[in-house]
Design a protein around this ligand. Structure first.
Ligand code: PLP
Length: 478
């Protein structure tokens, strides 16, 4: 019998300071500076509890992985069962005990012309597999990607990251990757016509920008890729498995990519996993010669715990009718946000699809708020969003996210089990926070002054002494 349970209390109490020292010193400091200091010790469904007993509404779901909620009893039960059964695992010389069943289920849900599945351990790795397959299948080296894209942090796919700041210090990355404007079909045609493109990578809804691709653009991309011998790769690591209102946002829009990658929610949140769905015809091109070596293999990719967690996650999502529920609840969020937008001119627009929602902010025309936004914008273009994000966490115990670098926007990736009461709670908290941010004494500068932007404010106060006076703190001591 394991005595792990007996030690968990000790682990939980020592973990934060050890993590601060050995694992995430920088990241944790940044969050703490933003007033985000909670230490969580329990999680269930759409909620987390901290050590002081406060309940937090989790509208980020671990970056989308807990789409069915945290610690789902069915998923945890399946994991316990697998361990108790002493099943064969990672035997290498034969098929995985559970991988075939999971592959069959994924192919059924995805539709399209997929016939094969290759497993991996993460979203980045799944996309990396797609790079390898595209190179081998086409014999070409050039890749196209979209501005604003994010496909992961490993080297191949980091080369297709639409943010310079995220590539900084990493070069040289994979050569010959060309960025394109999302939804610009003429530009895509021009590049594909050159005949040297191995693959075009796209997210149907971009995780970092919230921008949803036009279905016509995606369908035309499929036709053009066929015409010019390139592969269309749909990265559905974040959009897949119901989040955007269909099992996969691309196939749901009638697109038949050559390769589709999935991860995040597929894991059930508990065991990392990635899956690469491939058209039979592409797979045949890769393994046309009997002697072709393994184009991809990873030691842990088909481990029993990952396969069991994923299989059960799919079962749970089917029971929840995840695509329809995402579409319905996404609409409730959107309607509420649009109504708030009518009252607060600081909201620019609402992007996304289903339960993937990004609210963009702009400068308000209200003098008290505009003045503060201008001041903060000098230091950080996303400062207003940072103020909303911090206030949601500190005041309302709601977990949201700031999306891509430099975006003055707030993103939520709610789990599909979020209730209508939860949605109402979020909308009302969000509106209250905006209302306060319009006031001079509770505006974004003050909202952030206790935290992340204590640092920002110090730097602004240094540059613009009037801000220091506004906050009654003067320029910081050197
Ligand atoms: N692709 C997309 C669209 C993502 O959103 C992410 C992660 O956020 C990745 C790839 C990378 O996945 P991972 O962090 O599992 O490597």
């Amino acid at each position: 019998m394991s005595d792990f349970k007996d030690r968990v209390e000790d682990y939980l109490s020592s973990s934060t300071h050890l993590s601060k020292r050995h694992v995430h010193p920088r990241l944790l400091k940044m969050f703490e500076m933003g007033g985000i200091k909670a230490v969580f010790n329990r999680a269930e469904g759409q909620y987390l509890w901290d050590t002081e007993g406060n309940r937090f509404l989790d509208l980020l779901a671990g970056g989308g992985v807990f789409f069915m909620g945290r610690n789902h009893p069915k998923i945890n039960g399946a994991l316990r069962d697998v361990l108790e059964m002493d099943l064969p695992n990672l035997c290498v010389v034969n098929a995985s005990a559970l991988g075939g069943v999971l592959a069959g289920k994924l192919l059924e849900l995805a539709g399209g012309d997929f016939g094969k599945v290759v497993f991996a351990n993460s979203g980045s790795e799944s996309n990396e597999v797609a790079v390898r397959f595209a190179r081998v299948a086409t014999g070409r080296r050039r890749f196209l990607y979209l501005e604003g894209a994010f496909h992961g942090r490993s080297f191949g796919v980091a080369s297709m990251c639409g943010y310079e700041s995220m590539r900084e210090g990493m070069e040289p990355l994979m050569p010959t990757c060309t960025p394109l404007k999302p939804n610009d079909i003429r530009q895509l045609r021009r590049e594909l016509k050159m005949g040297d493109v191995a693959a075009v990578f796209m997210e149907p809804v971009q995780g970092m920008t919230g921008i949803a691709l036009d279905p016509n653009y995606m369908r035309e991309a499929e036709t053009l890729c066929e015409q010019y011998g390139s592969l269309l790769v749909m990265d559905e690591v974040q959009t897949g498995l119901g989040r955007c209102g269909s099992w996969f946002a691309s196939t749901g829009a009638g697109v038949r990519p050559h390769i589709l990658t999935s991860s995040k929610a597929l894991s059930g949140g508990q065991v990392p996993v990635g899956a690469v769905l491939i058209k039979d015809e592409v797979y045949e091109r890769i393994y046309s010669k009997f002697g072709t070596g393994l184009v991809y293999f990873s030691t842990f990719a088909e481990n029993n715990l990952a396969m069991a967690s994923a299989l059960t996650a799919l079962e749970v999502l089917e029971e929840l009718d995840a695509p329809a529920e995402s579409a319905r609840k996404g609409e409730i969020f959107r309607e509420g946000l649009e109504a708030i937008k009518q009252k607060y001119d600081v909201i620019d627009r609402i992007e996304g699809m289903g339960l993937m929602i990004t609210v963009y902010f702009k400068d308000s025309a209200t003098p008290a708020l505009m003045a503060q936004q201008k001041i903060m914008g000098v230091v950080d273009s996303s400062a207003f969003a940072a103020a909303v994000h911090t206030q949601l966490f500190v005041r309302s115990h709601i977990i949201a996210q700031l999306p891509g670098p430099g975006k003055n926007a707030l993103k939520i990736l709610p789990p599909v089990i979020v209730t209508e009461d939860d949605i109402r709670y979020f909308l009302s908290a969000f509106e209250d926070i905006l209302a306060d941010l319009y006031q001079a004494n509770t505006g974004p500068v003050a909202a952030l002054a206790g935290g992340l932007v204590k640092d920002t404010v110090s730097r602004v106060s240094e540059a613009i002494p009037a801000v220091g006076q506004l906050l009654g703190r003067g320029a910081p001591a050197k």
